[in-house]
Design a protein around this ligand. Structure first.
Ligand code: ASN
Length: 318
């Protein structure tokens, strides 16, 4: 093997082993474990049924930004690694016996290297994704506010020594969160509004109306605006959840796909269901588990939340 390559691998191995063996990695893992355990319990108490995650699907979330394509050929089809399970959430609700569901969903998004040092992107991460039939965005936001308080209380109870170490002032309990619209904050803060407002905020807040994927419902009362919402963590930690009321009517989905440039051929079976049977009216969201742990432990770089580096555009040894 070439000497410089051996040296490069040795350096990376050293960094990799340091990350693997860091005591703070275990602190954050314990917080993450407390989050997931409490989220399961909360979902159970609220009657949401758990779906197991899928890692491969003929269709997946087109996202509203470009990533490297991650697909394989198998059994005569093209399968994508799931970037989110948004369409499976909608389709699963076709079962009339299912009112609400959630998934602890591993997502692969092969982000480009320009996101390597944002502090909040990993090319592989886990989101807790949930969806309700016949509920609106206001219901989902209120559900998430309850979930945050429930989960934070559990984290304080289950790993008090870790919370004391990273948040000596303890974890606050939040009441109703403030709600803003993107156009309102943009007018006030300029193009970097999300980051600036997050840095200034001391409590998480909601940000409504992003121009995004075709499955986020356009507001019939205000065409050109969207019934979606992000939860933004304060202290500069940025986006922690995204969700929306969904487009469920065939003609409207087609119109929105035309606007976002989605591949109608790839979505032919989804469209067929929407046309023949109709998709249920639903709303939901998903929050990043690593991002929540990062906020709780005040970790600057999300890559430090995981023992195994998953930095966008960068190699990893394991
Ligand atoms: N989980 C998100 C949602 O429910 C979708 C995503 O992760 N892009 O809207």
């Amino acid at each position: 093997m070439q000497a410089d390559l051996v040296e490069e691998i040795a350096v990376s191995l050293e960094a990799t082993l340091a990350q693997l063996q860091s005591p703070s990695t275990v602190d954050v893992l314990q917080v993450q474990q407390a989050i997931v355990r409490a989220a399961h319990q909360f979902m159970f108490e609220r009657g949401l049924v758990q779906l197991m995650p899928l890692m491969l699907s003929p269709i997946t979330d087109p996202l509203n930004h470009g990533v490297v394509d991650a697909a394989i050929s198998y059994a005569g089809s093209r399968w994508s690694l799931t970037k989110s399970m948004i369409f499976h959430k909608q389709l699963a609700l076709l079962n009339p016996a299912l009112e609400a569901l959630y998934i602890v969903s591993p997502n692969v998004r092969l982000e480009f290297a320009d996101r390597a040092f944002t502090g909040r992107h990993l090319f592989e991460f886990t989101q807790i994704d949930f969806e309700f039939r016949n509920k609106d965005g206001a219901f989902v936001r209120s559900f998430m506010e309850d979930l945050i308080n429930y989960v934070f209380a559990a984290v304080k109870r289950d790993v008090p020594e870790v919370v004391a170490k990273y948040r000596p002032q303890s974890l606050p309990e939040f009441g109703k969160l403030d709600v803003y619209r993107t156009e309102e904050l943009e007018a006030q803060y300029g193009p970097d509004f999300e980051h600036l407002k997050s840095r200034e905020a001391t409590a998480p807040f909601w940000l409504l109306n992003h121009r995004r994927e075709f499955y986020d419902k356009e507001d019939p009362a205000q065409p050109g605006t969207y019934l979606n919402y992000d939860l933004i963590w304060p202290e500069g930690f940025g986006e922690g959840l995204s969700g929306a009321e969904r487009e469920n009517e065939y003609h409207q989905i087609l119109k929105r796909m035309g606007e976002t440039g989605a591949d109608k051929e790839a979505f032919q079976h989804y469209l067929q269901v929407a046309k023949q049977q109709g998709l249920p009216y639903s709303a939901g969201a998903g929050f990043g588990v690593e991002r929540m742990a990062r906020f709780i432990c005040r970790i600057k770089d999300i890559n430090d939340v995981t023992p195994f580096s998953r930095r966008p555009g960068m190699p990893a040894l394991f």
